[in-house]
Design a protein around this ligand. Structure first.
Ligand code: KG4
Ligand code: ZN
Length: 348
């Protein structure tokens, strides 16, 4: 049984072909990096228009690489939430049209749950129930994942997402867009202890995050306290130290909150997904923490961390439950986990 999945939630036009056994035949990503870089961030209208232009060629390429035609596809999957509504609508409309034309079921999937499912795909075995950490450009959230589709929120960022903080600090340091990989590269030659940046909420009994103060701390370390502007730092030790100290603060907070979530829930498995999960310092810190806690860590390979359509294979779980999407399926910009927010009891 072959699935064709479409992802257009932000700035990547992605199509993948996979089977109900989670064998991925193709996963094609048409990045819009070239279009947004001069704006220093994703422009929603530009993203939506580019999806319109790029979706059909991406779909053709995915089928070609899979060595299949549309006649071989038995189910269409689409990520319809969360994301930029205009961007999502392009994928949702195309998916509905394809399902109708081919007379096959349509299944909707969720971008956030898909990021965690990317870890499941790499694991080759079930990873649920687990604690799930989604760290992307739009989200930093911890979940109790009872199954691939049943998530309850344990905590989330109250301001910037971790990826957003990477992108903003990259802009502050003049490292370009997207910021995550650029900051990581710069941090590799810096001293993570050069600046004692804040680590919000680490000693508190809550599983939420806050990164906006950290971003301001980097700004003030660069230009002076209370000064939001100044010349961009050039290449050199100072810039590298700021990048490394910032990255260390984000990594520490994420590792501590994952540890707290494991202890509070009593779960012994941690799955991590989203663009920031590609960060090597974070992967190393989580691996060390999991080892100490006697927990298993599941992280996707780098290509499945950032946005892609292969992670939409979570739709296979919905297909098994026969949860078809209606013909009036809509694009939903915000995400509500099925289980709502969970009050977790227990010691940190
Ligand atoms: O999951 P993703 O591709 O898109 C969203 O769903 O948001 O995540 C993109 C985010 C961006 O903020 C990007 O800067 C960040 O992930 N990112 C990284 C790295 N690679 C991507 N952050 C830190 N280190 C990286 N290596
Ligand atoms: Zn994403």
């Amino acid at each position: 049984m072959n699935f064709l999945a479409i992802e257009t939630s932000c700035d990547e036009t992605a199509v993948a072909v996979f089977t109900e056994r989670l064998e991925v035949f193709s996963s094609v990503i048409a990045s819009q990096f070239d279009l947004h870089t001069r704006f220093g961030g994703v422009v929603p209208e530009v993203a939506a228009r580019a999806h319109v232009q790029r979706l059909l060629p991406t779909l053709d390429e995915a089928l070609k690489r899979a060595n299949l035609t549309l006649a071989d596809i038995g189910c269409i999957a689409v990520l319809n939430t969360p994301g930029l509504v205009g961007a999502l609508l392009v994928g949702v409309s195309a998916a509905k049209m394809l399902a109708l034309a081919l007379d096959v079921p349509l299944v909707s999937a969720n971008h956030i749950e898909s990021h965690i499912f990317a870890a499941r795909m790499a694991a080759d075995r079930d990873i649920f129930p687990c604690v799930g950490l989604v760290v992307s450009g739009g989200h930093t959230s911890l979940f109790h994942c009872a199954s691939a589709l049943d998530f309850t929120l344990l905590g989330a960022t109250i301001d910037d997402a971790a990826g957003e903080a990477f992108d903003k600090v990259a802009a502050i340091l003049g490292l370009g867009f997207p910021g995550g990989p650029a900051v990581e590269k710069e941090a590799a030659v810096g001293n993570p202890k050069a600046h004692a940046f804040p680590r919000s909420f680490v000693h508190l009994d809550r599983l939420d995050f806050s990164f906006s103060g950290l971003k301001t701390a980097v700004l003030y370390a660069l230009h002076g306290v209370g000064k939001a502007q100044g010349p961009l730092p050039g290449p050199g030790q100072r810039r590298a130290d700021l990048a490394a100290s910032f990255q260390a603060a984000v990594v520490d907070v994420l590792a501590v909150k994952c540890k707290q979530a494991l202890r509070k829930t009593g779960l012994k498995r941690l799955a991590v997904g989203g663009g920031v999960a590609a960060n090597k310092a974070l992967r190393a810190a989580l691996a060390a923490m999991a080892l100490k806690e006697g927990a298993e860590l599941f992280v996707p390979p780098l290509t499945l961390c950032t946005d892609n359509a292969a992670m939409a294979a979570v739709a296979v779980e919905k297909w098994r439950r026969q949860e078809w999407a209606p013909v009036d399926l809509d694009a939903e910009p915000t995400y509500q986990p099925r289980g709502g927010r969970e009050k977790v009891q227990g010691r940190l």
